[in-house]
Ligand binder design. Structure first.
Ligand SMILES: [Zn+2]
Ligand SMILES: [Zn+2]
Length: 547
């Protein structure tokens, strides 16, 4: 079959980072979007709730978007969907569970009414504009995840989102190997595949290995068991409920995202928890400690999560007890190691016993390791390979694995967000560059907080602030009264008390001496004095009024 037309592959998120996955495919001026995820902020992104992909490219072509396909219900794949649907009105295609989780999210953000949601099933083939999309089942740490075969006249692309080759998955539904082989027979022009664990040798263990580890924890815990994980890690919630039933404990859910997700997953039949095992949180808090397990969020040490608040002693509904066993059932997302470590120390300090994946196999990755990635490459035998989902080092390592299994080096394409790749005439070439950065979400504000603000916040956080109010006589340019000075986060109150009269004197010298033009000169005089005294540079703000 001769290949016609040009398919643009547009990575908007997830390439060069872990999280906020989003890829667009463009053919004959029509665009198919795959996934719309968020990323959790790093420690240095102060005050940021989460980050969404920069999809300005799509916003400018909103009328050309023919569909949005979501591969599974994790936050790094669905988290930005309500933002995207505010700008783009295209139908969203997802499997039942994924759709259910999207609906929960949309309801929370009042976006449910506008959205057009289409349910698909693994095995379906749907024509979306010029894109024939074949959905096939893959294993991951959430049920109902799919990979995609995307056919256009330009060729066949296999888009493998998060996956693992688990032969004994929690839901008993292994990856559709036959479909992968079928694609291979047809001839795959390009494979995109998850690189999260490209640096991890061997095979990712089956979800099943967690069972015995949880058994041990549940058997040995003297008091309550508090399991923290992601609210969308549905398979883990299933496993915890099974351990609870086995050890005669009742399970309760804390936090709205956990409660809502479990509700929808149970309703749709993807979570099989008997009514006799699950109790409302209020009831669990009244029960004997060794009879309960609480499920909540916060396995990444997020300060606003329940475990984050428990560690700080600021959780409203319940507090830690000395005999509690806290299980952090997830692996640190790169960049979160420090905050997780802090959280563990705080939990220990408050008397809890803490079990994390460094101590017991209470978590396995949902992502393929090297041997599985190689197996996928061998199954699919693509002509070209484009690693996705990962920091640059992971993408590079994944490309090396592809070369090891026989894909020519020139046919592996390592790019980061914003670098368009084009497939035409059965050949790949690097296309234009478009924006592919971060859009910060801070409360109600989306994209208003930029790197300048982030730098300012960093400066404030590191060095504190000096606020100075200066009023001058507009006739003679002299001070009307002594400058008013407040400082926070810079030096101790005692030191500040000593320093402020000195600062006041400097300002009076500068202003009354006449050697100044504007606020900047006052700021600089104060800064240089403070630097001499402390070798530090706080933020100095001067408000100047003339009367
Ligand atoms: Zn995932
Ligand atoms: Zn993911």
């Amino acid at each position: 079959m001769s290949k016609q037309g040009k398919l643009k592959i547009i990575p908007l998120g997830g390439l060069g980072e872990v999280g906020k996955n989003m890829t667009a495919y463009e053919f004959q001026n029509q665009i198919l979007v795959v996934d719309a995820g968020i990323m959790f902020p790093r420690n240095d992104m102060l005050g940021i709730d989460y980050i969404v992909p920069d999809y300005e490219y799509l916003r400018q072509r909103a009328d050309k978007v023919v569909g949005i396909v979501i591969t599974h219900g994790h936050e790094d794949h669905i988290g930005a969907i309500h933002h995207v649907l505010n700008d783009i009105s295209a139908p969203v295609y997802a499997t039942r569970l994924t759709r259910g989780l999207i609906e929960v999210k949309l309801a929370r953000h009042n976006g449910a009414s506008k959205a057009i949601l289409q349910t698909v099933e693994a095995g379906d083939s749907v024509q979306i504009g010029p894109f024939k999309v074949e959905f096939f089942h893959i294993c991951h740490s959430i049920p109902d995840a799919v990979g995609l075969g995307i056919t256009t006249p330009a060729g066949l692309v296999v888009h493998m989102s998060d996956f693992k080759f688990d032969h004994t998955p929690v839901d008993g539904w292994p990856t559709d190997y036959a479909k992968l082989a079928e694609f291979s027979r047809r001839g795959v022009d390009l494979l995109l595949s998850d690189s999260t664990n490209a640096e991890r040798p061997g095979w990712t263990p089956s979800e099943m290995v967690i069972g015995p580890a949880f058994d041990k924890v549940f058997a040995e815990a003297p008091g309550r068991v508090i399991v923290a994980t992601f609210a969308s890690l549905i398979s883990r919630i299933q496993q915890v409920s099974e351990a609870a039933a086995k050890h005669g404990r009742k399970m309760a859910l804390a936090g709205t995202s956990m409660v809502d997700n479990v509700k929808i997953a149970r309703k749709l039949g993807y979570l099989n928890i008997p009514d006799s095992v699950i109790v409302p949180l209020e009831q669990a808090l009244q029960m004997q400690d060794h009879k309960v397990v609480l499920m909540c969020t916060g396995s990444q040490g997020e300060p606003s999560s329940i475990v984050g608040r428990l560690s700080a002693g600021t959780n409203r509904q319940f507090d830690l007890k000395p005999n509690d066993t806290v299980v952090l059932s997830s692996h640190p997302i790169p960049g979160n190691e420090e905050s997780i470590s802090k959280t563990i120390n705080r939990l220990l300090r408050r008397g809890a016993n803490v079990i994390h994946d460094g101590l017991a196999p209470i978590h396995v990755s949902g992502h393929a390791s090297q041997e599985e990635q190689k197996l996928l490459l061998n199954f699919v035998k693509p002509k070209y390979f484009l690693p996705i989902h990962g920091e640059l080092r992971m993408l590079k390592r994944h490309a090396e694995l592809a070369i090891e299994v026989g894909i020519p080096e020139k046919n592996t394409i390592v790019v980061e967000n914003g670098q368009v790749v084009e497939l035409s005439g059965g050949k790949i070439k690097i296309g234009e560059r478009i924006p592919g950065g971060y859009v910060f979400v801070d409360g109600q504000s989306i994209g208003d907080v930029d790197y300048d603000i982030m730098r300012e916040r960093g400066k404030l956080a590191r060095n504190g602030i000096f606020l100075i109010d200066v009023s001058v006589d507009k006739m003679n340019g002299r001070l009307l009264h002594d400058p008013e000075i407040i400082t926070r986060g810079f030096v101790s109150p005692e030191d500040a008390e000593e320093m402020i009269p000195e600062v006041r004197q400097r300002i009076m010298d500068v202003v009354n001496g006449g050697g100044w033009d504007n606020e900047k000169d006052i700021v600089n005089a104060v800064k240089s004095y403070l630097y001499e005294e402390t070798k530090r540079r706080p933020m100095v703000l001067v408000t100047l009024s003339k009367a």
